[in-house]
Design a protein. Structure first.
Length: 301
């Protein structure tokens, strides 16, 4: 009898073990499938473009999809500290690519102060000089920090990444002899997945015409509209070639130049571009995962 009980207990133990093993296996399978489901649903890295409200001037801080960063221009002198703080508050300690589109004070004035507390990687400027205190001081500061200035011109690839896949290219300046400084503006195109963001500095008709002639693909989903919305920029052919869904104009409230000009606004509206303005919307943040585009503004109009 005792032997039979022992046998029964043994059989029961075996059955329980097999059951437990099976349960464990299905638990592992469950955990495994859950983990891979979680892996698959990880959000795609984002390209985030902060069109900063710097009054009458220009400054855009960009977080690239692989974590690298870029600062295009830094407004007038008094805006520099605020730009630096904005970047630091995002948890960024470094600007990998610093671009001064052209040496006008509403673009480079605040640069020295903006980068004061930040590490800087590469610096790009067009090959043109300005006989101003602001420009000389910026060059001196960059020199003191051991930073060499690379020439910004059409055809230069600033950055690329295979995973996530994106590229940063310069589309202008195409030439090296312009009447005004604005047409020397470095024009930046970022392509990420199926979307593209274009930053045109203060490029005017001469540069826009050259970009059109160069055969470069100018089409973009998002555009930083040229020269604060001046009618000297945004010629009809250029606007049509860009064909952006979203456009941002960086300008100050009641500025002395009457920016943005009605003619330029009309050309973009005719092309179906939804416009945002830093004088009305404050800072505008446009981001993308490579397919969808999100727009966030500091203020509603
Ligand atoms: Zn400007």
């Amino acid at each position: 009898m005792k032997k039979n009980i022992k046998k029964l207990l043994c059989v029961l133990l075996c059955i329980t073990s097999v059951f437990l093993l099976c349960s464990c296996e299905s638990l592992y399978e469950y955990l495994d499938s859950d983990l891979s489901a979680e892996e698959n649903s990880l959000p795609a890295p984002r390209l985030v473009s902060h069109f900063l409200d710097v009054g009458q001037g220009d400054s855009t801080f960009i977080q690239l999809p692989d974590g690298r960063t870029m600062l295009i221009d830094a407004g007038v002198t008094d805006e520099g500290d605020g730009i630096g703080k904005y970047i630091s508050d995002l948890g960024c300690k470094r600007i990998d690519f610093l671009i001064a589109t052209h040496p006008h004070s509403d673009h480079i004035g605040g640069m020295r102060r903006a980068i004061k507390e930040l590490e800087v990687g590469e610096v790009y400027m067009p090959k043109v000089t300005a006989d101003t205190f602001t420009y000389e001081k910026l060059l001196k500061e960059l020199g003191n920090r051991g930073l060499k200035v690379k020439t910004a011109k059409a055809g230069v690839r600033i950055a690329s990444s295979a995973d996530p896949q994106y590229t940063v290219d310069l589309l202008a300046p195409c030439g090296d002899n312009y009447e005004g400084l604005n047409d020397y503006s470095a024009v930046v195109m970022i392509r990420y997945g199926g979307v593209s963001f274009l930053y045109t500095g203060d490029a005017e008709l001469a540069s826009e015409t050259e970009m059109l002639k160069s055969g470069a693909d100018l089409s973009a989903d998002v555009v930083k509209i040229g020269h604060h919305g001046s009618s000297d920029s945004s010629c009809e052919e250029f606007v049509a070639a860009v064909g952006a869904s979203y456009g941002v104009i960086s300008c100050g409230e009641n500025n002395d130049y009457g920016h943005p000009h009605k003619q330029a606004l009309k050309r973009w509206e005719k092309a179906g571009t939804k416009l945002y303005r830093t004088d009305l919307n404050g800072t505008v943040i446009i981001s993308s995962d490579g397919s969808e585009i999100c727009v966030d503004t500091e203020r509603q109009e």
